[in-house]
Design a binder for this molecule. Structure first.
Ligand code: HEC
Length: 125
């Protein structure tokens, strides 16, 4: 099951990374897609899964209200619990603990896209 998830996931990621940079105007849309795939299992990421997520994960709509939300999202991979299952290429693995969630890799560029998406939650509140 995890294996199936991982391969579906890997091919989805490939689709993303091969998108041309000129699509930057759609960065919020791409950020939504990434959030949906990578974060929505735990976090409520907006209207998409308003009743979803898991109880101990703060919703994106709630987090964006804090003044340092951008900083928190840009560095989320170094903040608990993410180091256990999140890897950013070029950065040392933050944790040796065996992942309890299918591990994923995310690039700084992709994190920027997520930030662009989260920003839209801020203005739509
Ligand atoms: C396996 C579950 C899980 C996944 C997947 C996950 N998170 Fe989280 N995240 C959490 C939990 C739990 C917390 C609350 C941690 C705490 O309060 O100590 C959290 C907290 C955060 C915070 C606040 C961190 C802080 O210290 O201020 C941000 C930002 C965040 N997550 C972003 C993301 C993004 C972006 C993704 C997807 C790329 C993601 N998370 C994927 C479980 C998850």
């Amino acid at each position: 099951m995890i294996r199936i998830f991982a391969s579906v996931f890997a091919s989805a990621l490939l689709t993303f990374t091969s998108l041309p940079q000129s699509r930057a105007s759609n960065s919020a849309d791409l950020g939504f897609e990434l959030s949906r795939q990578l974060c929505s299992r735990c976090h409520v990421i907006g209207e998409y899964n308003r009743m979803g997520g898991i109880g101990n994960s703060p919703s994106f709509t709630w987090m964006v209200k804090s003044s340092d939300w951008r900083e928190r999202f840009l560095t989320f991979y170094s903040r608990r619990p993410h180091p256990v299952f999140t890897r950013v290429p070029g950065y040392a693995l933050w944790s040796d603990v065996p992942p309890y969630y299918p591990p994923f890799e995310i690039t700084r560029d992709e994190i920027d896209l997520i930030v662009a998406y989260v920003e839209t939650l801020r203005t739509s509140q």
